[in-house]
Design a protein around this ligand. Sequence first.
Ligand SMILES: [Zn+2]
Ligand SMILES: [Zn+2]
Length: 217
Amino acid sequence: MLCAVYHGPRKIRVEERPEPIIEPGGMLIRVLACGVCSTDVKTLLRGHPLIKPPAVLGHEVAGVVTRLGESTKGFKVGDYVSVSPYISCGSCYYCLRGEETLCENLFKVRIEPGGFSEYISVPRKIVEKGCVKINGIEPEYACLTEPVACCIHSLAKSNIGQGDSLVIIGSGIMGLIHLQLAKRLKTSKIIVVDLREDRLKVALNLGADIAVNPSTE
Ligand SMILES: [Zn+2]
Ligand SMILES: [Zn+2]
């Protein structure tokens, strides 16, 4: 199978690799869409302390189940799924406090080799807790499950709700997802701040009440 392999800052090559092995309870997914996260871009441009090359980046994955491991439950070949790239352990200090995103073992159970690959192997724990069926949703949209989940988590943490006004600093992808989710929460005024006019325009089109460019006003 082909993968885009990161070999260090500004070095990425498409290479042939053997298909990953599926563990019992796991499954093999053919990747149909993988979002390009800012983390991927930043890693590619200047490296990342936790991502050692060679590595296959990409963690916003949607695809189709092509093979099941021994005794895998809950999915069948042909199911369209959105896949969490890794999963919290459920038993460390942070997991026990409900702070799963700070899990000490967060990257131990993960998809192999990474989303910028033709196929990924999904381990049992992620099959059980980190895969959702997306039958009927275009993979190009479904692969945004992970960033949307991050933004839902962020809004829940900030306790934003009906009638609150909200300032969103930055109207890149995450800012724009926050904006669209906040509208659904029936917030009152949403103010979006960005240095880029093109992005502010998108924010206004998506329902921001006020767009502020601090470099000009
Ligand atoms: Zn991401
Ligand atoms: Zn944990």
